[in-house]
Write a protein of this length. Structure first.
Length: 230
């Protein structure tokens, strides 16, 4: 896969780039937001790894700009460990957040997990009311109007729709999405669910219900359908 690494710390970027190249990936490195934006405009990336501290623009601001352009998965890799920074990044559209210092194997595993969630080969349409999730194309429509959601939000909605009418235990959902059901993963899941539900409600169709202390459920209705795409 082709990866864009955005970090003004050339030494740290070189170490991570070497590890990713060793895994067989093609890696471009940008030391500024401007350089990164020029690369994104001209090339197609499977994932962007973004540091929050850049010399010409905050990483959070660049993330918001990037989300206006395309749906490429973004992983924040930063030395900022405060919870607010993590939550703000996820709210702005990041798919994961890794704090420095980190183990190279962990970052590689997180990259592969995020890309797997974004790269779907299923041929089903999953529906709830006026909401339709096209798993093959990675798109969401409500009342036939396209709705933008991040790859992680897409993965959550897909899992809930596949279990429509049944309670999805939050620990199981967190484990499937983040690879862990610890307290941090559960809090991140709650953030993603809140973001997703706000987007769905704004578009007029939020089929997700919270079962407090247990998990989430998408209620089945007589008009719902699960069908194979033509």
């Amino acid at each position: 896969m082709r990866i864009l690494l955005v970090d003004d710390d050339s030494a740290a970027a070189a170490v991570l780039r070497a590890a990713l190249v060793g895994e067989g990936h093609q890696v471009d490195v940008a030391g500024s937001a401007l350089e990164a934006q020029e690369l994104v405009d001209g090339l197609s990336y499977s994932v962007v790894i973004l540091d929050l501290s850049l010399p010409d623009q905050s990483g959070l601001s660049m993330l918001r700009d990037l989300r206006q352009r395309q749906d490429v998965p973004v992983i924040i890799v930063s030395g900022v460990v405060e919870l607010d920074a993590k939550l703000n990044s996820l709210s702005a559209g990041a798919d994961d957040y890794v704090t420095k210092p980190f183990h190279l194997r962990e970052v590689i595993a997180r990259i592969e997990a995020v890309v797997r969630r974004a790269d779907r080969g299923d041929t089903e349409l999953l529906s709830a009311g006026s909401l339709t999730l096209d798993v093959k194309r990675g798109t969401l429509r409500i009342c036939d109007v396209p709705i933008h959601i991040t790859p992680t939000e897409f993965a959550i909605l897909e899992q809930l729709l596949r279990c429509k009418g049944r309670l999805v235990i939050k620990e199981n959902l967190a484990g499937n999405i983040h690879g862990s059901a610890d307290e941090r993963s559960l809090r991140l899941l709650s953030v993603f669910i809140s973001q997703l539900r706000r987007k769905l409600a704004s578009a007029g169709e939020d089929p997700i219900q919270t079962v407090w202390g247990q998990g989430y459920i998408v209620r089945a209705t007589s008009g719902d359908r699960l069908k194979a795409a033509a």
